[in-house]
Design a protein around this ligand. Structure first.
Ligand SMILES: [Mn+2]
Length: 281
């Protein structure tokens, strides 16, 4: 079992035995549409996403593709452009993968009719590939995922922002790797599932209730595959305080089971830039 980023791309390769699964998140196909309603006309950027994915495929040679949520951009419905671009995106990849999987994200309302029949939709509470649990991040993962050592989510679109003395603003996509506080994670999930805690140790209660041995120790947040959208700065204190941000980050991060200040940040090329708490401004 091996799990590693495909540098310098926002893509993760999971190898189990000889089987290689490529994981990407947050395509947000059709993100140009709401802009055109504002009078800003950006031609479809979907071919660029296809091209980038082909570079990743050439490098990683995966068998299967898993999109970890937010295939498309509009939330509840599907725009005309998405009816065209989403199927075309998958059709262009038809010969490149043996299996296609999608774990729906919060933007994937009405996604199913847009997908070719060979794309399998998995539960939004996530799935396991060996020791890795994968979910989008806007909802809780299912209890079984806590048997995985590593959890992987998207949804956050993490970037770091730096300002230099001349006023240049530098924004870079980052991978976030964080330790998980099992006790807090499990207590919050138990609360969410309305399980009363009769004994003191939440992990014991959880393991009895769900028959799952809790092993989760780290969380990896994948940067968005679509980088046209910018992202969510993770290192500005101002953003982190905003209620809108707290709402957006999803229940796992909100539960406090991840100490974000101690999370490690890596650029797409693998450069370690420090712990979040050290690069905050
Ligand atoms: Mn999302």
């Amino acid at each position: 079992m091996m799990i590693k980023p495909v540098q310098p791309f926002p893509a993760l390769l999971i190898k189990r035995g000889k089987r290689k699964t490529l994981v990407i998140a947050d395509l947000h196909i059709g993100w140009e549409v709401p802009l055109s309603e504002e009078g800003i006309h950006v031609p479809s950027q979907t071919p660029k996403l296809q091209q980038k994915l082909e570079e990743v495929i050439a490098k990683a040679k995966p068998h299967d593709l898993l999109v970890l949520g937010d295939v498309k951009h509009t939330i509840a419905k599907a725009e005309i452009e998405e009816w065209k671009d989403v199927p075309e995106f998958f059709e262009s990849l038809k010969e490149k993968f043996q299996n296609f999987y999608v774990i729906p994200g919060n933007h994937d309302g009405n996604l199913e009719p847009l997908l070719p029949e060979y794309v399998e939709i998995l539960p939004s509470t996530g799935i396991r590939i060996g020791d890795v649990g994968l979910f989008h991040g806007h909802t809780w993962p299912s209890p079984e995922l806590l048997s995985c050592k590593t959890l992987v989510m998207g949804h956050l679109h993490p970037v770091v922002v730096f300002r230099d003395p001349l006023g240049f603003k530098i924004t870079s996509q980052v991978w976030v790797k964080a330790k998980v506080d099992q006790n807090r994670f499990v207590s919050s999930l138990l609360k969410r599932m309305n399980v009363k805690m009769k004994v003191k140790c939440p992990i014991e209660v959880f393991e009895m209730e769900f028959g799952v041995k809790v092993r989760t120790s780290e969380l990896i947040i994948i940067p968005a595959f679509n980088d046209f959208l910018g992202g969510q700065p993770v290192n500005t204190a101002r953003v982190a305080r905003e209620n809108k941000y707290k709402e957006f980050i999803g229940p796992v991060l909100r539960s406090g089971c991840i100490n974000m200040d101690f999370s490690e940040l890596y650029l797409l090329d693998g450069t370690f830039i420090g712990k979040l708490g050290q690069v905050k401004f």
